[in-house]
Write a protein that binds this ligand. Structure first.
Ligand code: ATP
Ligand code: MG
Length: 269
């Protein structure tokens, strides 16, 4: 006979939360891995670990909230997913605007609320709310956004999980100033900045870790990029690498450098 105790035991330990997401799904957001191209990236991951531990250990803060902000294509989503995965928490959920395309304001609010109420059922949960400005339908012209969804997020980002439950919330945005103006900034206990790749030496770090050019090509690029400055998000830089790979061998490095000049403002320091 199954007793209530057995049932509760199974509920707590054996059943996967219905809306929990497996690690493989999170890996989709980290398709090209996390390259350690600067100490800052290590620092971001380190801060993530600190906050994971805080969520697990602290009695006083059952809700830990971090905002990962940076320019478009800087790698915010991948870093948020990486930290969430490294938490190893039994409930992981990714809330992305792509999964809510064409939802009405109310449907969107309900979907987000549901993610949180599912999270509260697990002892330890991590919820990623990706691109908050897109969830809010923010448009710079006007400017316009959904106040309805904003109020929902504000409440959810403040709400403490029930007794004995802990939640790590990781949000991302490319619009820090907008988030500030909307009064959402106070919701976060920590804001982590993700920088763009901004030096030639950092580009070389990326190329070295990707191992995508031959030794000779790498040496050539090393001469051309050393002591140069630029500004490009890691996601765009990986695109440029892919593009250059398609060029004929002799032109590959020239292509790489010329695209960086064109789109990343590669210049002498
Ligand atoms: P968007 O502004 O469009 O939302 P994003 O800032 O969220 O872009 P991602 O979607 O996270 O950028 O893309 C980053 C890509 O770069 C991923 O494919 C990821 O695997 C790869 N990547 C490699 N190294 C890093 C790193 N150090 N940090 C973040 N992403 C990295
Ligand atoms: Mg993103």
């Amino acid at each position: 006979k199954i007793s209530r105790a057995d049932f509760m035991q199974a509920l707590a330990n054996d059943l996967k939360p219905a809306f929990g997401v497996s690690a493989e799904d999170f890996e989709l957001y980290i398709r090209n891995g996390i390259l350690l191209w600067s100490q800052t990236i290590q620092d971001v991951l380190e801060e993530g670990h600190l906050r994971i531990n805080q969520t697990i250990k602290s009695e006083m803060t059952p809700l830990v909230t971090i905002l990962i902000e940076g320019k478009p294509n800087s790698g915010k989503t991948a870093l948020a997913a990486k930290i969430a995965m490294e938490s190893g928490f039994p409930f992981l959920k990714f809330c992305s605007p792509q999964s809510m395309i064409s939802y009405s304001e109310t449907a969107k609010s309900e979907a987000i609320k549901k993610v949180f109420s599912d999270a509260y059922r697990s002892e330890l949960s991590c919820v990623v709310v990706d691109e908050i400005e897109s969830l809010l339908d923010y448009a710079p012209i006007g400017p316009r956004f959904s106040n309805f969804v904003l109020q929902t997020l504000k409440l959810l980002f403040k709400k403490l999980p029930p007794r004995g439950r802990k939640l790590l919330l990781i949000a991302t945005t490319s619009e820090k100033e907008v988030i500030k103006e909307m009064g959402l900034m106070q919701s976060f206990s920590k804001v982590i900045h993700v920088p763009n790749v901004s030096r030639g030496s950092e580009v070389l770090q990326v190329l070295e870790q990707l191992d995508c050019f031959s030794k000779k090509e790498y040496d050539q690029l090393s001469k051309q990029l050393d002591n140069k400055g630029l500004s490009i998000g890691i996601k765009s830089l990986l695109d440029v690498v892919e593009l250059s790979k398609q060029a004929t061998d002799v032109y590959r490095t020239a292509k790489f450098v010329s695209v960086l000049e064109e789109i990343a403002g590669l210049h002498d320091c």
